[in-house]
Design a protein around this ligand. Structure first.
Ligand SMILES: [Zn+2]
Length: 320
Protein backbone atom coordinates (compact mmCIF):
# COMPACT_ATOMS: atom_id res chain seq x y z
CA UNK A 1 0.00 0.00 0.00
CA UNK A 2 2.74 2.43 0.91
CA UNK A 3 5.55 2.45 -1.62
CA UNK A 4 7.88 4.74 0.31
CA UNK A 5 8.39 6.21 3.74
CA UNK A 6 7.50 9.68 2.44
CA UNK A 7 4.18 8.46 1.07
CA UNK A 8 3.33 6.78 4.33
CA UNK A 9 4.05 9.90 6.37
CA UNK A 10 1.93 12.03 4.07
CA UNK A 11 -0.99 9.63 4.32
CA UNK A 12 -0.83 9.73 8.08
CA UNK A 13 -0.74 13.54 8.32
CA UNK A 14 -3.56 13.88 5.76
CA UNK A 15 -5.71 11.64 7.93
CA UNK A 16 -4.98 13.95 10.84
CA UNK A 17 -6.09 16.98 8.86
CA UNK A 18 -9.34 15.44 7.65
CA UNK A 19 -10.18 14.34 11.17
CA UNK A 20 -9.65 17.88 12.45
CA UNK A 21 -11.83 19.22 9.60
CA UNK A 22 -14.53 16.73 10.43
CA UNK A 23 -14.51 17.73 14.08
CA UNK A 24 -14.55 21.45 13.22
CA UNK A 25 -17.42 20.92 10.78
CA UNK A 26 -19.33 18.99 13.40
CA UNK A 27 -19.01 21.83 15.92
CA UNK A 28 -19.93 24.62 13.49
CA UNK A 29 -22.51 23.12 11.24
CA UNK A 30 -24.41 20.52 13.20
CA UNK A 31 -26.08 22.89 15.63
CA UNK A 32 -24.61 21.22 18.69
CA UNK A 33 -25.47 23.15 21.81
CA UNK A 34 -22.83 24.28 24.27
CA UNK A 35 -24.38 22.03 26.87
CA UNK A 36 -23.96 19.07 24.54
CA UNK A 37 -20.31 19.88 23.95
CA UNK A 38 -19.69 20.31 27.66
CA UNK A 39 -21.14 16.94 28.51
CA UNK A 40 -19.08 15.30 25.77
CA UNK A 41 -15.97 16.85 27.25
CA UNK A 42 -16.62 15.65 30.80
CA UNK A 43 -14.91 12.27 31.22
CA UNK A 44 -17.24 10.85 33.84
CA UNK A 45 -20.52 12.08 32.35
CA UNK A 46 -21.36 8.98 30.34
CA UNK A 47 -20.06 5.56 29.45
CA UNK A 48 -16.52 5.96 28.16
CA UNK A 49 -13.96 3.69 26.59
CA UNK A 50 -11.93 3.83 29.83
CA UNK A 51 -13.74 0.78 31.12
CA UNK A 52 -10.79 -1.23 32.54
CA UNK A 53 -11.07 -3.84 29.79
CA UNK A 54 -7.53 -3.10 28.55
CA UNK A 55 -4.16 -3.13 30.25
CA UNK A 56 -0.47 -2.85 29.52
CA UNK A 57 1.02 -5.83 27.64
CA UNK A 58 4.62 -5.24 28.75
CA UNK A 59 6.90 -2.87 30.64
CA UNK A 60 9.90 -1.27 28.99
CA UNK A 61 10.75 1.81 27.01
CA UNK A 62 9.91 3.05 23.52
CA UNK A 63 13.06 2.79 21.40
CA UNK A 64 13.81 5.56 18.89
CA UNK A 65 12.32 4.59 15.55
CA UNK A 66 10.01 1.99 17.11
CA UNK A 67 6.88 4.10 16.86
CA UNK A 68 3.78 3.31 14.83
CA UNK A 69 4.20 4.46 11.24
CA UNK A 70 8.00 4.70 11.45
CA UNK A 71 9.65 4.21 8.04
CA UNK A 72 10.55 0.61 7.25
CA UNK A 73 11.74 -0.95 4.01
CA UNK A 74 8.53 -2.95 3.58
CA UNK A 75 6.17 -0.09 4.52
CA UNK A 76 5.40 1.87 7.67
CA UNK A 77 6.02 0.17 11.02
CA UNK A 78 2.72 -1.49 11.95
CA UNK A 79 3.11 -1.45 15.73
CA UNK A 80 4.78 0.07 18.75
CA UNK A 81 8.00 -1.47 20.03
CA UNK A 82 8.56 -1.85 23.77
CA UNK A 83 12.14 -2.65 24.66
CA UNK A 84 13.25 -4.69 27.66
CA UNK A 85 15.31 -7.82 28.16
CA UNK A 86 14.63 -11.37 26.99
CA UNK A 87 12.30 -13.08 29.45
CA UNK A 88 10.35 -9.95 30.42
CA UNK A 89 6.70 -10.91 30.90
CA UNK A 90 4.23 -10.27 28.07
CA UNK A 91 0.54 -10.10 29.03
CA UNK A 92 -2.73 -10.16 27.10
CA UNK A 93 -3.80 -6.52 26.62
CA UNK A 94 -7.46 -7.55 26.98
CA UNK A 95 -9.51 -10.71 27.33
CA UNK A 96 -9.89 -12.81 24.22
CA UNK A 97 -8.88 -15.96 22.39
CA UNK A 98 -5.47 -16.91 21.03
CA UNK A 99 -6.17 -17.40 17.33
CA UNK A 100 -2.58 -17.55 16.08
CA UNK A 101 0.58 -18.83 17.69
CA UNK A 102 3.13 -19.06 14.94
CA UNK A 103 5.98 -17.35 13.13
CA UNK A 104 5.02 -13.77 12.37
CA UNK A 105 1.53 -14.49 13.66
CA UNK A 106 0.75 -15.61 10.11
CA UNK A 107 0.68 -11.92 9.15
CA UNK A 108 2.43 -10.72 6.03
CA UNK A 109 5.89 -9.22 6.57
CA UNK A 110 6.13 -10.04 10.29
CA UNK A 111 8.89 -12.24 11.69
CA UNK A 112 9.65 -14.06 14.91
CA UNK A 113 7.44 -16.03 17.29
CA UNK A 114 4.07 -14.33 17.31
CA UNK A 115 0.70 -14.46 19.02
CA UNK A 116 -2.58 -12.98 17.77
CA UNK A 117 -5.46 -12.55 20.21
CA UNK A 118 -9.01 -11.87 19.05
CA UNK A 119 -10.88 -9.58 21.46
CA UNK A 120 -14.22 -9.52 19.68
CA UNK A 121 -15.80 -6.55 17.95
CA UNK A 122 -13.18 -6.73 15.20
CA UNK A 123 -10.30 -5.92 17.57
CA UNK A 124 -7.11 -7.97 17.57
CA UNK A 125 -3.69 -7.61 19.17
CA UNK A 126 -0.42 -9.01 17.86
CA UNK A 127 2.67 -9.74 19.96
CA UNK A 128 5.86 -10.24 17.98
CA UNK A 129 9.49 -11.43 18.43
CA UNK A 130 8.54 -13.53 21.45
CA UNK A 131 10.99 -15.83 23.18
CA UNK A 132 8.68 -18.36 24.87
CA UNK A 133 4.96 -19.02 24.45
CA UNK A 134 2.96 -19.43 27.68
CA UNK A 135 -0.44 -20.07 26.13
CA UNK A 136 -1.71 -22.53 23.57
CA UNK A 137 -3.57 -21.99 20.34
CA UNK A 138 -7.33 -21.43 20.80
CA UNK A 139 -6.85 -20.77 24.52
CA UNK A 140 -9.15 -18.19 26.15
CA UNK A 141 -7.14 -15.58 28.03
CA UNK A 142 -8.06 -12.88 30.50
CA UNK A 143 -6.83 -9.29 30.49
CA UNK A 144 -3.39 -9.19 32.07
CA UNK A 145 -2.81 -12.94 31.80
CA UNK A 146 0.81 -13.79 31.06
CA UNK A 147 0.95 -15.12 27.50
CA UNK A 148 4.63 -15.13 26.63
CA UNK A 149 8.16 -13.97 27.34
CA UNK A 150 9.73 -11.09 25.46
CA UNK A 151 12.46 -12.14 23.06
CA UNK A 152 14.49 -11.37 19.97
CA UNK A 153 13.21 -13.94 17.48
CA UNK A 154 12.96 -12.94 13.82
CA UNK A 155 14.39 -9.89 12.11
CA UNK A 156 15.43 -7.72 15.08
CA UNK A 157 18.43 -5.88 16.47
CA UNK A 158 17.68 -6.86 20.07
CA UNK A 159 14.98 -8.09 22.45
CA UNK A 160 11.69 -6.18 22.45
CA UNK A 161 7.96 -6.67 22.12
CA UNK A 162 6.50 -5.56 18.79
CA UNK A 163 2.88 -4.80 19.71
CA UNK A 164 0.12 -4.19 17.18
CA UNK A 165 -3.57 -3.37 17.46
CA UNK A 166 -5.86 -4.28 14.58
CA UNK A 167 -9.28 -2.68 14.41
CA UNK A 168 -12.16 -3.48 12.09
CA UNK A 169 -10.81 -6.94 11.38
CA UNK A 170 -7.44 -8.66 11.27
CA UNK A 171 -5.29 -6.61 8.88
CA UNK A 172 -5.90 -2.89 9.31
CA UNK A 173 -3.67 -1.60 12.10
CA UNK A 174 -4.11 1.47 14.30
CA UNK A 175 -1.63 3.29 16.52
CA UNK A 176 -1.42 1.15 19.68
CA UNK A 177 -0.41 4.12 21.84
CA UNK A 178 -3.47 6.21 20.96
CA UNK A 179 -5.79 3.18 20.89
CA UNK A 180 -4.81 2.22 24.43
CA UNK A 181 -4.69 5.81 25.66
CA UNK A 182 -8.33 6.25 24.61
CA UNK A 183 -9.07 3.16 26.71
CA UNK A 184 -7.30 4.51 29.77
CA UNK A 185 -4.02 2.61 29.35
CA UNK A 186 -0.61 4.27 29.11
CA UNK A 187 1.48 1.93 26.96
CA UNK A 188 4.50 3.80 28.32
CA UNK A 189 3.80 2.30 31.75
CA UNK A 190 1.88 5.02 33.65
CA UNK A 191 -1.16 4.70 35.90
CA UNK A 192 -4.40 3.74 34.13
CA UNK A 193 -7.64 5.75 33.95
CA UNK A 194 -10.86 4.02 34.97
CA UNK A 195 -14.21 5.72 34.50
CA UNK A 196 -17.63 5.05 36.04
CA UNK A 197 -19.21 2.02 34.39
CA UNK A 198 -15.91 0.12 34.21
CA UNK A 199 -15.72 -3.51 35.23
CA UNK A 200 -13.14 -6.15 35.92
CA UNK A 201 -10.35 -7.13 38.26
CA UNK A 202 -8.87 -3.64 38.50
CA UNK A 203 -12.24 -2.31 39.67
CA UNK A 204 -12.17 -4.99 42.38
CA UNK A 205 -8.73 -3.69 43.36
CA UNK A 206 -10.17 -0.18 43.75
CA UNK A 207 -13.04 -1.54 45.83
CA UNK A 208 -10.68 -3.41 48.17
CA UNK A 209 -8.54 -0.28 48.58
CA UNK A 210 -11.63 1.79 49.37
CA UNK A 211 -12.79 -0.84 51.86
CA UNK A 212 -9.49 -0.47 53.70
CA UNK A 213 -10.73 3.07 54.31
CA UNK A 214 -14.04 1.79 55.61
CA UNK A 215 -16.21 2.17 52.53
CA UNK A 216 -17.86 -1.21 52.97
CA UNK A 217 -18.28 -1.78 49.23
CA UNK A 218 -19.39 -5.05 47.70
CA UNK A 219 -16.33 -6.24 45.78
CA UNK A 220 -18.02 -7.18 42.53
CA UNK A 221 -15.70 -5.61 39.96
CA UNK A 222 -18.48 -3.24 38.84
CA UNK A 223 -17.67 0.44 39.07
CA UNK A 224 -21.25 1.48 39.75
CA UNK A 225 -22.77 4.46 41.50
CA UNK A 226 -22.06 3.36 45.08
CA UNK A 227 -18.37 2.75 44.36
CA UNK A 228 -18.14 5.95 42.30
CA UNK A 229 -19.64 8.01 45.15
CA UNK A 230 -17.15 6.51 47.59
CA UNK A 231 -14.25 7.38 45.27
CA UNK A 232 -15.60 10.91 44.75
CA UNK A 233 -15.71 11.46 48.52
CA UNK A 234 -12.16 10.11 48.76
CA UNK A 235 -11.07 12.48 45.99
CA UNK A 236 -12.67 15.48 47.68
CA UNK A 237 -11.07 14.61 51.00
CA UNK A 238 -7.67 14.42 49.31
CA UNK A 239 -7.87 17.67 47.37
CA UNK A 240 -8.44 15.93 44.05
CA UNK A 241 -11.00 16.69 41.35
CA UNK A 242 -14.04 14.66 42.41
CA UNK A 243 -14.86 13.23 38.99
CA UNK A 244 -14.99 9.57 39.92
CA UNK A 245 -12.23 8.75 37.45
CA UNK A 246 -9.49 6.68 39.05
CA UNK A 247 -6.50 8.05 37.15
CA UNK A 248 -2.89 9.18 37.55
CA UNK A 249 -3.76 11.73 40.26
CA UNK A 250 -5.96 9.38 42.32
CA UNK A 251 -4.05 6.08 42.17
CA UNK A 252 -0.94 7.27 44.07
CA UNK A 253 -3.17 8.38 46.96
CA UNK A 254 -5.33 5.27 46.77
CA UNK A 255 -2.64 2.57 46.99
CA UNK A 256 -0.83 1.57 50.16
CA UNK A 257 2.86 0.73 50.44
CA UNK A 258 2.70 -2.80 51.77
CA UNK A 259 5.18 -5.43 52.86
CA UNK A 260 5.19 -8.87 54.45
CA UNK A 261 3.00 -9.34 57.54
CA UNK A 262 0.55 -6.62 56.46
CA UNK A 263 -3.09 -7.70 56.65
CA UNK A 264 -6.35 -6.19 55.53
CA UNK A 265 -8.49 -5.18 52.61
CA UNK A 266 -5.54 -3.42 50.97
CA UNK A 267 -3.69 -6.75 50.88
CA UNK A 268 -6.76 -8.31 49.25
CA UNK A 269 -6.47 -5.53 46.66
CA UNK A 270 -2.83 -6.38 46.11
CA UNK A 271 -3.57 -10.09 45.78
CA UNK A 272 -6.38 -9.36 43.30
CA UNK A 273 -4.01 -7.19 41.25
CA UNK A 274 -1.36 -9.93 41.31
CA UNK A 275 -3.92 -12.52 40.23
CA UNK A 276 -4.83 -10.38 37.22
CA UNK A 277 -1.15 -10.86 36.28
CA UNK A 278 -1.37 -14.66 36.65
CA UNK A 279 -0.17 -15.02 40.28
CA UNK A 280 -2.88 -17.53 41.27
CA UNK A 281 -3.05 -16.45 44.93
CA UNK A 282 -5.79 -17.05 47.44
CA UNK A 283 -7.29 -13.62 48.20
CA UNK A 284 -7.18 -13.83 52.00
CA UNK A 285 -5.85 -10.39 52.94
CA UNK A 286 -2.74 -11.82 54.58
CA UNK A 287 0.64 -10.73 53.21
CA UNK A 288 2.51 -13.92 54.03
CA UNK A 289 5.46 -15.61 52.41
CA UNK A 290 3.42 -16.82 49.42
CA UNK A 291 2.28 -13.29 48.61
CA UNK A 292 5.83 -12.00 49.10
CA UNK A 293 7.09 -14.61 46.64
CA UNK A 294 4.40 -13.58 44.15
CA UNK A 295 5.43 -9.92 44.46
CA UNK A 296 9.08 -10.85 43.98
CA UNK A 297 8.22 -12.95 40.93
CA UNK A 298 6.16 -10.14 39.40
CA UNK A 299 8.93 -7.64 40.04
CA UNK A 300 11.52 -9.98 38.56
CA UNK A 301 9.72 -10.71 35.31
CA UNK A 302 8.92 -7.01 34.88
CA UNK A 303 12.53 -5.96 35.55
CA UNK A 304 11.61 -3.92 38.63
CA UNK A 305 13.64 -3.81 41.85
CA UNK A 306 13.00 -7.21 43.47
CA UNK A 307 12.37 -6.53 47.16
CA UNK A 308 9.04 -8.28 47.80
CA UNK A 309 7.44 -4.99 48.89
CA UNK A 310 4.44 -3.46 47.14
CA UNK A 311 5.35 0.19 46.70
CA UNK A 312 3.96 2.69 44.19
CA UNK A 313 6.10 1.49 41.26
CA UNK A 314 5.04 -2.12 41.75
CA UNK A 315 1.39 -1.08 42.13
CA UNK A 316 1.56 1.03 38.95
CA UNK A 317 2.99 -1.90 37.01
CA UNK A 318 0.30 -4.21 38.41
CA UNK A 319 -2.74 -2.06 37.63
CA UNK A 320 -1.42 -0.28 34.51
ZN1 LIG B 1 8.29 -3.44 15.74
Amino acid sequence: MCESCGTAGEELSNQGVSRRRLLAGFGLGAGVSLIGLTSLATPASAATLMDARWCNPALGYFPAGGYYGAPRSGGPHAGQDITNSTGTAVYAAAAGTVIRRQWGGGLSGRTGNGIVISHGGGAYTYYGHLDTYRVSLNQAVSAGQRIADMGATGNVTGPHLHFEVHSGGLGPTVNPVTFLSARGVDLGGGWPRIDPGARGATVSVVQHLMNQRGSGLVVDGQYGSVSVSAVERFQSANGLVADGQVGPATWPKLVYSLSEDAAGHHVRGLQTALNKRSAGLRVDGAYGSITTTAVRTFQGVNRLVVDGNAGPITWRALVG
